[in-house]
Ligand binder design. Sequence first.
Ligand code: SF4
Length: 319
Amino acid sequence: MTAAAVSPFGLRRYNAWNEDVKVRYGARVQKVSVEAGFTCPNRDGLVATGGCTFCNNDGFTPLYLERRQSVTQQIDAGLEFLLRRYPGTDRFIAYFQSYSNTYGELQRLRSLYQEALAHPQIRGLAIGTRPDCLGQPVLEYLAELAREHIIELEIGVESCNDAVLSSVNRGHDFAASADAITRAAAQGLEVTAHMLLGLPGESRESMLDGARKLSALPIRALKLHQLQLVRGTALARQWQCDPASVPLFDEQECIALLCDFIERLAPHILLQRVGSEVPPSMKLAPVWNVRLSELAPRISAELARRGSWQGRRYGLVQD
Ligand code: SF4
């Protein structure tokens, strides 16, 4: 039997979120983004100002979003756009994506989430937020919603390295992420962790250590993003002044690191994303020849070349 034949994840070689969704819900589930006017505690002065140095939400906000519209109007606009792009899709969840979508009074959160869930074509919510915006009352309310709806709680971890988190003005440490993930899972919530690989100050070792730390937490899924410099961010300005202070991956380095990371990740964790793509008009660097659609197949091909797969090195003491 060859190494290729024993991959538990088939040709893809990692535990893909999309495959799990198809089995669980019988079809593709599409996210409709909603911009509900939140901010973040490291923007408004509660813990810091200026936000994360890598962040410009416009880099990931769909064009159909209009912040002044109600949640219902945004969902309607999103559905019109998505149904043109993915005709026949009939399973949608509202994605509270931009900024920290649990940062507010519980009453306001209830009103926004209930408006989305009242839409006849919405079956659930994906809620992106920070670990320091997840008090017990919010978690208990989300757990209540999860009894009848799909609820995916997406927590921004970004790095498992406290020095890196501090240098990008994150305003919380890794212990805060571990605590929020653990408390959310204790409420029965399904947690997706969001990671940004390649922040300044990370080393290959610290990022691979992150795979081990995340594997020890009760997360269901993981989104991996690679560092891209978005115009208008503090990190982009830092790179322009001193490129050596913000090392960037080329395509080969990134694919190799992602494979190293995936090999060390617990096999039960679903990979919802293995990369991202900032719109070209917003991206300063790096310039790659690999498009996002090519990244996943390239990762699978590299894992196959190694005779490896997700979790192949999980739990090994020796690296
Ligand atoms: S990355 Fe998230 S937490 Fe940081 S400033 Fe941007 S929206 Fe806020």
